[in-house]
Design a protein. Structure first.
Length: 380
């Protein structure tokens, strides 16, 4: 048996065992409840017989001390009726008895709890003793419900702990893979930098060298990004306008002319605590996601706006749009509408924005067939 099969078997065995234990506890509780209920009925029958004995007794010649003690010690609510008329009560609130409609409802409630005890006090005449459950029995009645709720809550805690542990393990795995990727890229990247220096020394076309240098710089940035996954990034006071514009211009120069680019931002610097490398990753993910939504053809705008408290970066595209019920789902790991892809881009972007930079990201608006606006906001 493989390890995964053993783990699944153990998991189902624990679930099945827990179900059996819960079933036994509930069955035992139900059995105890019925035993206790039968004992209360025996006590009520004894109470009814004692009252009948007192009513029939010759007070001068009959010892009624025991029957009197029995009827005085009863704590269960009792209503005695004859011909559907209430003739006597015990342990019932006076406010209930004064109101006829309340008394009728209370009697109906007692009838639903237990079958009546019927006493024939003279030949052909009967009295009906209706009684309710004791306080202890009522509490016991809700015990199985409380038990099930406790078990459900315990199960939810165990499930949440298991899920959190699993996610933490996956996060460590992804972080390890990302760091290893950065390490593996580093070796050929160092070689490329060396070849670039040789090209400069041989006076190769400056434009070509400059473009290659930009791409090597980009590879270094990507390597740096992956090396930072799983680590707390360093935030420095940085001009968010300039950093956003740099990322935008790099992407603009590397996409098809079928995409119409636009950039709007305040002319002044806006400094906020920022990690430049991770912020450029945020802009890149949002822009690439928008271009994918437009299938490489349409208009894309990056706008930076400010108000009293926030800096807002909006990425606006003319793509296929997002249904309203998916506004939050698009940021969940694994969510993708593409045939190829892991669905990690926007979830990673959300983590960079919200966990590392304490900002917010959301789908601001979207219309099917017309486009989408995604907004990233940071506190000033």
């Amino acid at each position: 048996m493989q390890f995964s099969d053993k783990r699944n078997f153990t998991r189902w065995f624990i679930i099945a065992t827990s179900f059996v234990i819960v079933s036994l506890i509930l069955w035992n509780t139900y059995t105890f409840f019925q035993i206790f209920k039968n004992e209360e009925r025996i006590k009520m029958e004894l109470w009814a017989n004692s009252l009948t004995t007192i009513n029939k007794a010759d007070l001068e010649n009959t010892d009624i001390e025991l029957p009197l003690k029995i009827i005085q010690n009863a704590t269960i609510p009792i209503i005695i009726t004859e011909h559907d008329t209430i003739i006597n009560t015990k342990n019932i609130d006076e406010d209930v008895l004064k109101n006829k409609s309340k008394a009728v409802l209370f009697l109906a409630d007692l009838k639903s709890q237990n079958d009546p005890i019927i006493i024939q006090y003279v030949p052909g005449k009967f009295q009906y003793f209706y009684y309710g459950n004791s306080v202890l029995l009522n509490k016991l009645k809700y015990y199985p419900i409380a038990l099930v709720l406790i078990i459900v809550l315990f199960g939810a805690l165990v499930y949440n702990y298991y899920k959190s542990t699993k996610m933490a393990t996956q996060n460590k795995l992804w972080a390890g893979m990302a760091k290893e990727t950065a390490h593996q890229i580093g070796t050929p990247l160092s070689s490329l930098i060396g070849w670039l220096e040789i090209m400069k020394a041989d006076n190769i076309d400056e434009v070509m060298v400059e473009e290659i240098e930009k791409d090597i710089s980009r590879l270094q940035t990507i390597t740096d990004r992956f090396s930072k996954i799983g680590s707390e990034p360093i935030l420095e006071s940085t001009d968010v306008v300039m950093e956003t514009k740099k990322s935008y211009e790099y992407l603009q120069s590397r996409f098809s002319k079928q995409v119409s680019f636009a950039f709007e931002a305040p002319s002044q610097q806006i400094n906020i605590p920022l990690n430049s490398i991770l912020h450029s990753w945020t802009i890149e993910n949002l822009v690439k996601n928008s271009i994918d939504a437009m299938k490489g053809k349409g208009s894309l705008a990056v706008k930076i706006e400010t108000d009293e408290n926030l800096i807002k970066i909006k990425v606006i595209d003319s793509g296929k749009g997002i249904p309203k019920n998916q506004f939050k789902s698009v940021f969940e790991p694994g969510f993708t509408t593409k045939k190829r892809g892991w669905g990690l881009g926007l979830s990673l972007t959300k983590r960079i924005v919200e966990e590392y930079h304490k900002g917010k990201i959301k789908v601001l608006q979207s219309e099917i067939g017309k486009g989408t606006t995604i907004q990233v906001s940071f506190k000033k």
